[in-house]
Design a binder for this molecule. Structure first.
Ligand code: 26V
Length: 794
């Protein structure tokens, strides 16, 4: 493990302040200090990084290539400091320089190159791959603009471009000499007996590398992001003729490919650019890894011994035909062998069953951008049909179905929780599962305990260290050792103190950020995640209004004071989700102003939820809301973060909730709602939603209040269509689960008042969540899917 003391680090920071940033102590800005510290820390990562790469090379071991459109990294500074174990040195060095370490660290912008769970999972996986010492690259796109910034105007969501690169990314190493030309469009020709794709246009993919340091700095992998640049900087001839726009057009078109992360792809506009993004980073990554394989003196037949390519959803599924094309057309391998070789390298993870999120490209667009790939898709489809007799098509209704393509081109396909993987087999790829019975498997998601406990919850970290020692961050099952203390009064008191301190920290943060006062003595009931109907933020809100009604009717009863917290962004084109955001904000205004109830119930919706906000809120949570319609949330990973940090969960039998409940014990989990099978049955009942509303006086009252404009004074009809949808088209069964949810919430109220027993339950949650470390998940992938090994562990 690299080590350096505060004095050495102080010298390094000053050196960077002077030589890299050309300033001095008297003139340095906060940004200068942050960058100087970051550069000094990055330096510490370089030697182990280079050593890891050369060890990987010498060993000839298999490398894992994780292809993902999204990496939701958040801030990196604390991650590196923690993993390099130089926390004290960093803190003391900055103090000696008269700088406040905590406020400097907070100035780093989040790298928000992802939308939600899928992108954050990729980031946790990188952390675990390095911690486990498995040689790996994360491959993705260096978006100039990450996920949009959200603000609220009169309760409505507004979006603005995000600018994380404004002050430069201090962690990346740009390698301008390492660039790969990527083609689009054009024609396929036979040239001296060889099938050759001649693209009509090309762009360059330029390498940007970021070190990913594992726990204790024992191994460092690379996150390699591609930026799109023009082949020729600009058209000098056009420029000299005064045609400035024309002169710059090629550059703009090229740069647009890595300009912005797609916040959704529900609309037709941008479809072509999205497909270009997918092919751009996939093709660059494949060429890069093939070159490495050949440079290391291997031949292509041995590719599957050295290369495991994981497709994070279907976004990089064009890797199938592209790898076949590279092997067959460019390296002369026979087509059948190319398909077999590619399949032995490729594996695919499915992250959703939602039909609107399953990628399909029109044959017209696909063939226009990737004419040779369309031919190869047809060859693959035919070879699949010939060898298996299967009738499943990749191309159907004039669309290329990327899910089917990925299953047929992969040797293993996994879902992300036990329940979801079963549903993938039963409902999504039913016929393909029958054809390839060993292909579909499960790897339940996990989270990195370094970021999601050690770093974000120093209070609890210290208590755990004091109780079971310090080896748990790399071996999370050791948390089991806390169980023995679950009945120990002194330990219970310290656990409760840690929670209280985290709630206090969150209260100060929101006061400072938004000027809002919240009371840390209330129960913090938190739902933070993307806004989507299936996640049912609306049900949570309806329950909030129902509770408000009950409190208003009987304000002197013995209520358990609650703070309801919402956080999350809606896709800019997702109208219903945006109406729900508006309604949450409208309800917040009304309830928070009600003198009769506001000491018992308050609603908070801080704008612009991101990884950093999650790190603040999760440790402060008493109750975690995981209330999706059963069968719809593939896994969830937020659910794991909350339970690990000692929150109780109220949730449905969905995604990884099922396994969380099994691990923490049914008595330590608030379960409600229909099961996935019951959901399917209920949908068949005529007018099920209206019937459920009619059967529930509480729900009826709430819906009628919203319809009457109680929360939108002066604009009575604001939520008419939202409520109409609830009554007649409640696809996610908010109405059917409402009463059960409301009632279980009252059990939560009662239990929370018995604070000793409540804390005991939350301790058992933390103690029993060790299995949900992403180290366990990655070890599972390595064994069952990649056949990859660790170079640091025996
Ligand atoms: C994408 C889209 C795009 C079009 C509009 C509707 C829609 C709905 C959902 C999605 C999700 C795409 C895939 C995804 O992010 N899945 C999430 O993956 C997490 C990591 O495996 C998992 O924990 C979440 O349950 C799952 O939703």
């Amino acid at each position: 493990m690299p080590s350096l003391d505060a004095a050495q680090l102080q010298d390094e920071v000053l050196r960077h302040l002077h030589l890299s940033l050309a300033t001095d102590e008297a003139n340095a800005s906060d940004r200068d200090w942050r960058l100087a510290l970051s550069l000094a820390i990055r330096d510490q990562a370089v030697k182990p990084w280079l050593e890891s790469e050369s060890r990987a090379k010498e060993s000839g071991a298999k490398r894992v290539y994780y292809l993902s459109m999204e990496f939701l990294m958040g801030r990196l500074i604390e991650d590196l400091i923690t993993n390099l174990r130089i926390e004290d040195a960093a803190r003391n060095a900055m103090a000696a320089l008269g700088q406040d370490y905590d406020s400097l660290v907070k100035r780093e912008p989040d790298a928000a190159l992802g939308n939600g769970g899928l992108g954050r999972l990729a980031a946790c996986f990188l952390d675990s791959l390095s911690t486990l010492g498995i040689p790996a690259f994360g491959y993705g796109i260096r978006y100039e603009h990450g996920l949009f910034e959200q603000s609220f105007e009169d309760g409505r969501q507004m979006e603005e471009a995000e600018t994380w690169l404004k002050a430069g990314d201090v962690w990346e190493i740009e390698r301008p000499e390492r660039q790969i030309s990527i083609g689009f469009g054009g024609k396929v020709k036979e040239i001296s007996g060889k099938t050759t794709w001649i693209p009509a246009e090309s762009v360059l993919a330029v390498t940007h590398d970021t070190p990913v340091v594992g726990w204790e700095g024992n191994w460092t992998n690379t996150l390699r992001l591609w930026a799109a640049r023009p082949v020729t900087p600009f058209d000098l001839d056009a420029f000299n003729k005064g045609k400035y726009k024309k002169a710059a057009k090629a550059e703009m078109d090229a740069r647009n490919i890595s300009r912005v992360l797609y916040p959704d792809d529900t609309t037709d506009i941008g479809k072509e650019l999205r497909l270009k993004q997918e092919f751009f980073f996939t093709a660059a990554s494949l060429r890069d890894l093939l070159q490495r394989h050949l440079d290391e003196g291997n031949d292509l037949t041995s590719l599957p011994n050295h290369v495991a390519i994981q497709l994070n959803d279907t976004h990089p599924a064009v890797a199938g035909p592209e790898l076949v094309r590279l092997l067959a057309d460019e390296h002369g391998m026979a087509m059948d062998e190319a398909i077999t070789t590619a399949r032995a390298c490729l594996a695919y993870t499915n992250h959703t069953l939602l039909p609107e999120a399953l990628e399909r490209w029109s044959v017209k667009l696909f063939g226009k951008l990737l004419p040779r790939h369309l031919q190869i898709v047809k060859i693959v489809e035919k070879s699949h049909a010939d060898s298996t007799g299967s009738k499943i098509k990749i191309i159907e209704d004039k669309h290329v179905k990327m899910g089917e393509l990925a299953v047929i081109m992969a040797h293993k396909v996994n879902g992300v929780s036990a329940l979801h993987s079963e549903l993938v087999k039963e409902n999504l790829f039913t016929d393909l599962h029958a054809t390839y019975p060993d292909r579909l498997v499960n790897q339940t998601n996990g989270i990195t305990p370094r970021r999601w406990l050690y770093e974000c919850n120093p209070q609890l970290r210290t208590l755990i260290n004091d109780t079971i020692g310090t080896a748990w961050p790399a071996d999370l099952e050791q948390l089991k050792g806390l169980e023995a203390h679950a009945d120990d009064d002194a330990f219970i008191a310290r656990f409760a103190e840690a929670k209280a301190a985290n709630k206090q920290r969150m209260a100060e943060w929101i006061k400072h950020r938004d000027g809002i006062t919240i009371d840390p003595a209330m129960m913090f009931d938190i739902q933070i995640k993307r806004l989507h109907e299936y996640k049912r933020q609306l049900m949570n809100l309806l329950e909030t209004v129902a509770l408000w009604n009950d409190i208003s009717d009987n304000p002197t009863a013995n209520w358990t004071p609650r703070l309801k917290v919402f956080g999350g962004k809606a896709a800019p084109g997702y109208v219903v989700a945006k109406e729900i955001i508006h309604l949450i904000n409208d309800v917040a205004v009304k309830l928070n102003a009600d003198p009769k109830t506001r000491d018992m119930l308050q609603v908070l919706y801080p704008a612009n939820y991101n990884v950093t906000m999650a790190e603040m809120m999760i440790p402060a949570t008493d109750l975690s809301e995981q209330i999706s319609t059963a069968g719809k949330e593939a896994s969830g990973t937020g659910n794991m973060k909350f339970a690990l940090n000692g929150a109780m969960t109220i949730g449905t039998l969905d995604g990884a909730n099922v396994e969380i409940r099994e691990h923490v014990g049914a008595e330590n989990f608030y379960l409600f709602g229909l099961t996935a099978a019951e959901v399917e049955e209920r949908r068949k009942v005529k007018d099920f939603a209206q019937k459920a509303i009619d059967a529930s006086p509480r729900l009826t009252r709430v819906v009628e209040q919203i319809e009457a404009g109680v929360f939108s004074p002066g604009d009575k009809d604001r939520y008419t269509s939202l409520m109409e949808r609830l009554r007649t088209d409640d696809y996610f069964l908010v109405t059917c689960d409402f009463d059960d949810y409301f009632n279980v919430q009252r059990t939560v109220d009662a239990d929370y008042r018995n604070s000793r027993d409540w804390t005991r339950k939350t301790i058992l949650n933390t103690a029993r969540m060790g299995w949900f470390s992403s180290d366990r998940t990655i070890a599972g992938y390595a064994k069952d899917i990649w056949n990859a090994r660790s170079l640091t562990k025996g």
